[in-house]
Design a protein around this ligand. Sequence first.
Ligand code: MLT
Length: 407
Amino acid sequence: MLHANENYSKIRASYLFTEIAHRVSAYQAANPDAKIIRLGIGDVTEPLAPAVVAAMHRAVDDEAARGTFHGYGPEQGYAFLREKIAECDFKARGIDVAADEIFVSDGAKCDCGNIQELFTPDVKIAVGDPVYPVYVDTNVMAGRTGANDGGRYAGLVYLECNAANGFVPDPSAAAGCDIVYLCYPNNPTGAVATLADLQKWVDWARANKSLLLFDAAYEAFIRTPGIPHSIYECKGARECAIEFRSYSKTAGFTGVRCGYSVVPKGLCAYAKDGSPVELRPLWTRRQTTKFNGASYIAQRGAEAVYSPEGAAQTKATVDFYLENGRLMKAALEKLGYAVAGGGDSPYLWVDVKSDSWKAFDRLLESANIVVTPGAGFGRAGEGYIRISSFNSRENVLEAIERFGKAL
Ligand code: MLT
């Protein structure tokens, strides 16, 4: 008899943002005249930068001629992009990452989800709470977590992120863990970690032979000087961390799909006998077996993000979203709400002091605004909603008006 992977029965029926999309569709179907403003999923609304569009047009033309046509690309990504990444995202900041430590992919979500395949089923995992659901759900699917008991998995360690700790947990909470997922600027709270915060984690990971999986998908939103853009700004991080990056929010690639991971040479896990096993060859093997690379056109578009025009244009778009966040944060604070995030992140984390799904329903029904209920990100998200700054200015100003009436 064919047996289904019963681990799937332990996760909620649908992915958080799929569940929200279903609820919103049902509401829209019942209320066809409602002008819904979507501040839920962090999906970009502004068009691609002109320099990126021009590069992608040129890439399409390459594909149209026999002499410049590209079929399968290198699974690790084209050298033209990996070299630009090494130079602009790392060397320019004084960070030691080489082009052959970079693995281009079709986005950070896939990499964050797939990386756990490199580790045994019994590794002990810690995640923040609240947390981006991909880190949890992929480990549930892999059978690493045990049953869900009241919204938490017995086999996971939850690192509470709350206003008291500035939404940055301390390594002492992760005693005995082999792998810790960290995301800064954080999704969903919008919090940033200082270099000292991250150095503590790196020191802890090195001392415990543990691994940090560092999601830096939102680094382009950092504006506060001194806030680290990469885990590799910490001393010793090459020995204990993998980093994930994405062009989705940085350059509006949620639909184009391109991102990358950094797996440094010499970064190791350990065999049962304690001998080191280098992770970079394992990830190379995994990617070459299961992945055929991001498209040539997407990678040419990503390369253009690093051109002087592309960098200026994409930065202007990120600044535009940050200004959306600043306007909404100011308005919500004026209404008396405590709001974390914004500033260095596209997300506002609003303390609504009530059941977060009820707040979601209230905002949808009375203001036709979609947000993300904090409880969808974990137990510690209860009492909060997450508001995304990705929208047009017109919709953001309209949302501010509606918040004033509904909250
Ligand atoms: C979010 O809203 O948390 C993100 O858009 C989800 C994602 O990047 O997959």
